[in-house]
Ligand binder design. Structure first.
Ligand SMILES: Nc1nc2c(ncn2[C@@H]2O[C@H](COP(=O)(O)OP(=O)(O)OP(=O)(O)O)[C@@H](O)[C@H]2O)c(=O)[nH]1
Length: 176
């Protein structure tokens, strides 16, 4: 099914609102953490609606497509937008998706890393097609939220950056 702009409308996508959602349960240290994932459309024409949905979110995954420079350039606008509307302690993660499409890559891994560093958010490249780093992204979010909910006063804070760095499968120039 295609809408007027030629965008594919898949899954439970609600075309008129630009939002889809599904649940995912992740196992974190023998605890089940249920994530309710809202997938909001990135297109400008949905911008006025989507902020109402991420305003109360505990975590935000910002995805761009490594084969699309405009999608990467859009991330700054989203980070500004999030700064204005999202919860102050929201967990943010920057993901460069389609890492399987190396031949069509136009956004360097280092550019993603640099942007993430500038905004102080964790970063990794993912592939929804092959699954690379996808579970890790959700697992890291689940771990962070579980720690926040159950943290004891003397317990060291969970370091999501360190956790991701130690677990991620690198897809850039020099990784394994
Ligand atoms: N090769 C490859 N294709 C992907 C990957 N992720 C998504 N795609 C494809 O890219 C196209 C767009 O995916 P969508 O999930 O609809 O992208 P979107 O940004 O959510 O699009 P909207 O929902 O319209 O905002 C589809 O044809 C997907 O199959 C990936 O990691 N690798």
């Amino acid at each position: 099914q295609f809408d007027q702009d030629g965008a594919f409308l898949g899954g439970n996508f609600i075309a008129t609102v630009g939002i889809d959602f599904r649940n995912k349960v992740v196992d974190v240290d023998n605890l089940k953490v249920k994530l309710q994932i809202w997938d909001t459309a990135g297109q400008e024409r949905f911008r006025s609606v989507t902020h109402a949905y991420y305003r109360d979110a505990q975590a935000l995954l910002l995805l761009y497509d490594i084969t699309s420079k405009p999608s990467f350039d859009n991330i700054r606008a989203w980070l500004t937008e999030i700064h204005e509307h999202a919860q102050k302690d929201v967990v943010i993660m920057l993901l460069g998706n389609k890492s399987d499409m190396a031949a069509e890559r136009v956004v360097k891994t280092e550019d993603g890393e640099k942007l993430a560093k500038e905004y102080g958010v964790p970063f990794m490249e993912t592939s929804a097609k092959t699954g690379v780093n996808v579970d890790l992204a959700f697992h890291a979010i689940g771990k962070e939220l579980k720690h926040r909910a159950t943290q004891q006063p003397n317990e060291p804070k969970f370091q999501i950056h360190d956790y991701i760095e130690s677990q991620k499968h690198k897809t850039g120039c020099c990784g394994p």
